[in-house]
Each structure stands twice: as C-alpha cells, then as structure tokens.
Design a protein around this ligand. Structure first.
Ligand SMILES: Cc1cc2nc3c(=O)[nH]c(=O)nc-3n(C[C@H](O)[C@H](O)[C@H](O)COP(=O)(O)OP(=O)(O)OC[C@H]3O[C@@H](n4cnc5c(N)ncnc54)[C@H](O)[C@@H]3O)c2cc1C
Length: 469
C-alpha cells in the first residue's frame, strides 16, 4: 500500500498528457487480495481505478478525486500454458512481451503486439482491446481472449467466456474486453495462442512521401495481398528513429513502409514479389527484404521505438489515434499535415497503415504559451475529419477521459444510454473507474448530454482543475 505524496503523484498519471490525483494506491499480489481491496472500497463507498503499467494514452488509468487505485503489476504469474489446447492462463500483470516469450518455446505467440509490449500488461491490453502491427492479420486483443476472471465493484468474482470455442449465452467476455476498467478488475486471462509462422519475410519500402505509401497500402489490400503487418512512418519519424536506434531506415525517404508477410515459403515468396510489383506501380523508390533474424529485429526495433525517438524534437507529445477506411488514408494524411501547419504545430506520423489506423503525433514544449490549446484544437479538427470520412475516434488506445466527449460524434443519445445500461448492470453504484469512457450525462434509459458540443477545449476546461498538464 502506498500513500506518500511522491508515489501518489506517479500513480496520478498515465502516458497521456492528462493528470489527475489519487488518494490511495494498493498493489495486490493475488486475486484474493484484489477482492479484499474491492470489498474495503465497497464498504467505504470509494471509487476504484484499475491499473496495469500506466502506459495507456487516453487517461483510462488516471484517477480523479478520492479513488482507490488498484495496480496489478505484482500479479505476474503465467499460471498455465497448454499448447495442446492452444491456450494459456495468466495473471493480469504479466507483460505482453513476457507472455510472448513464455509461449515461444512451445511454438506459439500471443498475437496482439502493441508497440508498448515491453511495458504494458495483458490486463491493460484486455481492458483497452489493444491493437498492434500484427493485428492486421491476426485481429485485435478481443479475438485472443477466450475467458477472463473479473472482480466486480461489490467484490463478487465471476468467470466470463470459456476455454472452449462455443460458450452459450451472451458474450459477456466480449463486453468486458475494451471496457477500460469500468466493469470490474480482470484478475486472470485465458489467452488464445497463435502458432508461430513457418516463414516470415520483413520488407522495408521507401516512398517519396507518406501519401504515396498510403496509396500503396490501399492498393495492396484492394488486390488481396494478405500481409501480417503494414506500418508507415514519415520522414520525421524515420530521422528520429535513425538517431535513436540506427534501425537502417533510409533517411532521405519521404516515408517508409514496413511490411511483414508470413506463411508457407512458396506463398511468402509469391507475396513478396506481388508487393514489389504493387509498390513499384505506386512510386516506391526502393525495397529491401531483411536477410536474417538480426536485420528483421533491427527493422522492428525502429518501429517499436519510434514514439520514444521523437523526444529528439521536443520534450512533450500528444499521440492521437483514429481510424479511417484505408482508401481514405491519403486524403486524411494530407488533412493532418494541413491542420498541423494551420496551427503552427510539428506533427509526426507513424501508424498502422494496413488497418487505416492513423497516429498523428504532435510534439511540442508545453512551456510555450498557448501551445496546448493549439494542440487540442488541431486534435479536435482531425477527429472530426476522421469521423466525416467514415472513420471512428479511436482504433486502439481507447476512450478514457480523453475522448469521452467525442462519442456523440459516433453514437446517438439512445446508443449511449444503452451502453450506460450495460455499465449499470455490472456496477450499479458507478464506482468502477468513474468519469471514464461514457460522456457525463450518459444515463441508462434517460440519456442527457451535459457536454454534448464535442468541443475538446470545453471538455478540458470542465474537468477538475489541474487535470490536464
Ligand atoms: C510507446 C507506446 C506505444 C504504444 N503502442 C500501442 C499500440 O501499438 N497499440 C495499442 O493498442 N496501444 C498502444 N499503446 C497504449 C497502451 O500501451 C495500451 O493501451 C496498453 O494496452 C495499456 O496497458 P497498461 O498495462 O499500461 O494499462 P494502463 O495504462 O494501466 O490502463 C489502461 C486501461 O486499462 C484499465 N485496466 C488496466 N488493467 C486492468 C485490469 N486488470 N482490469 C480492468 N481494467 C484494467 C485501466 O483502468 C485503464 O482504463 C502504446 C503506449 C505507449 C506509451
């Protein structure tokens, strides 16, 4: 248990630019201890904020007010690996990378691979329905969770889903995946194991600009090229990465695409050739195929460290997350650069291109007068453009505090009211991660929007003082 000001300050933040404040932090080591903590919170009427590693980018693990923060980082046991059933049970505090490492000797992996995989927990991945480069082929976390154990706000323990493929009844497992800690605390996860591919080929392609790379991605998908991953990085990302990890990217390229193809040898060889043809027709200036595991690892190291590398430009960042249909990627990218320029902001783009999942990254020094307001205004314009193009406001980072007031761009009052009913069924008193995901005023059966103008700056101002740093 921790209650000293320094520790409380650390747990008042996640990896976003949002900061709250917390009253008490507990770090249980088992599901029994989680349950005991939740029972105390229930007795005292305290709000609860579940937390994994705090790498979230939407403020989901940021506590507001007198909340009890329950951190799972000490629950790190891989409980059971059953290759014959293609599943494993793990505690929620197991790191994503540690799970992949634990099952690799059995010939398997845990397919969701967020770029934060060295730091983020499986519990956090489940709660945010995390994505990652290889989710293009394998799908996001929801498709890799067979069952989970949950401690509800009143201290009750339930198991949702099943080890087998055909569970009867409503898919409550699916409701909890992506619920961002608002329905209960995940204390164990049964994950689906994915066989390691027999042959993997990693290709690095250079383009004159990011729009050409995006057009190539859309063409690949349209022509049925099934890649495991298609990641795009613009020139600013490439230059930062090269200075940081020397991944071997061409610094003179306007953008690079990192494409991974996997399967049987003949199929992969055919796909590499097809990729070369399509890329050539879309202006690619070079294509390099990693010769061995070491080169492949180095190429991926560049992509996975790209976010950290932008510290080269400025000390603070605001990483966005929105999705558009892949065919709209070029026009949305052009909009992102235009909007950034109009607001005098440096934007860097590195994103899951194959999924149409954009990650505009504003880099700035928050000491500069008015810069945060400009970042928030530009962010809002980008979100509105994505939605207007048939997209959504988050692909993988979740809604948290950051985007709750933007849900009315996508959902009607009745939709949001229905979601509030689901939440109420799990947590009638509203003590599990309050203020997160649903906009203030989303009420079961009686929806009223307190802040329905979808104005990010207004939403920020309405949060308790000091919430945004
Ligand atoms: C450098 C970097 C790269 C990233 N790349 C990606 C990426 O490629 N794809 C992606 O999807 N995300 C990415 N993220 C975002 C983040 O890593 C993911 O959202 C991750 O799943 C969060 O895991 P965590 O353990 O840090 O959770 P936290 O940040 O601690 O919590 C996130 C949310 O989950 C809830 N939660 C955590 N544990 C539990 C639990 N046991 N039970 C119930 N609720 C819980 C919290 O309440 C909160 O709402 C990135 C972040 C960084 C900093």
């Amino acid at each position: 248990m921790a209650a000293d000001p320094l520790t409380l300050g650390l747990y008042a933040r996640d990896a976003s630019i949002i900061e709250g404040g917390c009253a008490l932090v507990v770090l249980p080591s088992s599901a029994d201890e989680v349950q005991a903590c939740v029972q105390v919170a229930a007795r005292e009427g305290l709000a609860i904020v579940p937390r994994g590693s705090g790498t979230g980018l939407a403020g989901g693990a940021v506590p507001l007010g007198d909340a009890l923060v329950i951190v799972t980082s000490r629950m790190t046991r891989v409980l059971d690996v059953r290759p014959e059933d293609r599943l494993a049970w793990v505690e929620p505090g197991v790191l994503n990378q540690d799970l992949a490492d634990a099952v690799r000797p059995h010939g398997f992996t845990f397919a969701p691979d967020p770029s934060s995989q060295q730091a983020s927990t499986v519990g956090g991945n489940v709660a945010t329905n995390a994505g990652g480069p290889h989710c293009l082929l394998h799908g996001v976390t929801s498709g890799h969770v067979l069952a989970l154990d949950l401690v509800l706000a009143d201290g009750a323990r339930v198991r949702l889903g099943s080890e087998g493929p055909l569970a009867p009844g409503y898919d409550l497992r699916g409701v909890v995946v992506g619920s961002e800690g608002t329905l209960g605390i995940v204390t164990a996860v049964c994950v689906r194991l994915t066989p390691l591919a027999p042959v993997v080929s990693t290709c690095l392609l250079a383009f004159p600009d990011p729009l050409a790379a995006a057009r190539c991605v859309a063409a690949c998908i349209a022509q049925g090229l099934v890649a495991a991953a298609m990641e795009c990085m613009d020139q600013a990302s490439v230059r930062a990465v090269e200075q940081y990890v020397h991944a071997g990217y061409p610094e003179d390229a306007g953008a690079v695409l990192l494409v991974e193809l996997e399967g049987l040898a003949a199929g992969v060889a055919h796909a590499v050739a097809e990729l070369g043809t399509i890329a050539g027709a879309h202006g690619a200036t070079s294509m390099r195929v990693a010769a061995d595991e070491e080169e492949r690892g180095q190429l991926w190291k560049g992509r996975k460290h790209a976010l950290g590398a932008v510290a080269l430009y400025a000390p603070h960042y605001y990483l966005h997350d929105c999705v558009v249909p892949r065919t709209r990627l070029p026009e949305l990218l052009a909009d992102v650069y235009r909007i950034a320029a109009e607001h005098r902001l440096l934007v860097v783009n590195m994103f899951h291109a194959g999924d149409g999942n954009l990650h505009p990254l504003f880099v700035f020094d928050r000491g500069e007068e008015g810069v945060l307001e400009r970042v928030l205004t530009a962010s809002q314009e980008i979100l509105e453009r994505c939605v207007a193009a048939g997209g959504v406001v988050s692909g993988e980072h979740g809604i948290g505090l950051e985007k709750r007031d933007f849900l009315p761009l996508l959902f009607s009052a009745a939709d949001l009211g229905a979601q509030a009913c689901v939440r109420q069924a799990f947590d009638p008193d509203g003590r599990m991660n309050p203020h997160k995901v649903l906009p203030a005023g989303a009420r079961c059966g009686d929806f009223a929007m307190a802040r329905g103008d979808g104005d990010l700056a207004a939403a920020v101002r309405s949060l308790p003082a000091g919430t945004w740093i």
